[in-house]
Design a protein around this ligand. Structure first.
Ligand SMILES: Cc1cc2nc3c(=O)[nH]c(=O)nc-3n(C[C@H](O)[C@H](O)[C@H](O)COP(=O)(O)OP(=O)(O)OC[C@H]3O[C@@H](n4cnc5c(N)ncnc54)[C@H](O)[C@@H]3O)c2cc1C
Ligand code: FES
Length: 269
């Protein structure tokens, strides 16, 4: 039986425009978010309940901790349409409704030491939380290397956050305005060939994810990707987020329940 999703009212604590249509919003949240894992998402009604009617999915960018407990969470979002436009207008003190944490996040196998993280554009949103979780885990990681790609310098986000976490970052842009002028998957391929990682985690446009999955297959490396599909309900009811199952051609997976994070061996991308 389908469990109905309950929405809670949450307060906007801050909502900062970072330029180029990117915003970072901080929201109050229930203490159960302390159990959230990177790659999980929330559904947010960005304004009046009926306009737009449907809530919008956003990855958890960071948990905000105060005196050891979770005091809120941050979302990093790009304005692309009506819902995100309305969200960008919300002010501190405004009340929204939100549900989560939803979906299946990144699974970090116990024995991984050498990790590559790949992010394209706004796909960087869940990767800061992931890098933080990896470096805060007591495991003796040898390297966590981050590869960030954007069309232009303004699309390359979270560099400061990654350097505060202590990961090395490779930047690429399509126009050469920052880092190397190439696709983010070019330095990834070289780095994987040189020093084969235990796992690759990625989030970004589908074409980038397909290329990352190809590199993982070429070098026989495990790879998990967070995919973005249209989502109406976020709970497995509308079937709007179906993606093709690689192992069973007659079966569809649902990004909101089976994902949004998938092992690339399970997904046809
Ligand atoms: C699991 C998940 C996590 C996400 N995390 C983030 C995040 O952290 N930050 C962020 O900025 N965005 C994220 N997105 C995408 C975000 O949900 C959409 O950008 C948002 O729903 C657009 O709403 P809108 O009303 O502004 O645009 P709409 O008016 O609904 O659409 C505007 C344009 O964006 C396209 N679009 C809408 N939704 C999606 C989608 N889900 N994927 C791809 N294209 C879409 C539409 O086709 C249309 O071209 C995530 C999506 C999913 C499924
Ligand atoms: S969003 Fe409705 S089934 Fe996944």
């Amino acid at each position: 039986m389908m469990t109905p999703i309950t929405y809670q009212t949450v307060e906007v604590l801050s909502n900062i425009a970072l330029g180029n249509g990117i915003h970072r919003i901080r929201l109050s949240c229930h203490r159960r978010y302390a159990q959230a894992v990177p790659g999980q998402f929330v559904m947010v009604h960005s304004g009046e309940q009926i306009d737009p009617l449907l809530p919008r999915p956003f990855s958890i960018h960071q948990l905000v901790k105060k005196e050891g407990s979770v005091a809120g969470l941050e979302l990093l979002y790009k304005v692309v349409g009506k819902g995100t436009q309305m969200l960008s207008l919300r002010q501190p003190g405004d009340i929204l409704s939100m549900t989560g944490p939803l979906g299946k996040g990144f699974e970090i196998p116990a024995n991984v030491l050498n990790v590559k993280i790949v992010a394209g554009g706004i796909g960087v949103a869940p990767m800061v939380f992931l890098a933080q979780t990896l470096t805060e885990s007591k495991r003796n990681l040898s390297t966590v290397e981050v590869f960030i790609g954007g069309r232009t310098k303004a699309d390359v986000l979270c560099l400061q956050a990654f350097s505060a976490i202590g990961t090395s970052v490779h930047v690429t842009t399509d126009d050469g305005s920052s880092g190397d002028q190439c696709l983010v998957t070019d330095p990834l391929d070289l780095a994987v060939a040189k020093n084969r990682p235990d796992i690759i985690f990625a989030c970004g446009p589908m074409e980038m994810l397909a290329c990352v999955a190809g590199i993982a297959e070429k070098y026989n490396v495990c790879c998990q990707v967070s995919i973005e599909t249209m989502m109406a309900c976020g709970m497995g009811a509308c079937l709007g987020c179906a993606v093709a199952d690689r192992k069973d051609t007659n079966r569809y997976l649902h990004a909101c329940k089976d994902g949004p994070v998938f092992d690339t061996r399970d997904l046809r991308i």
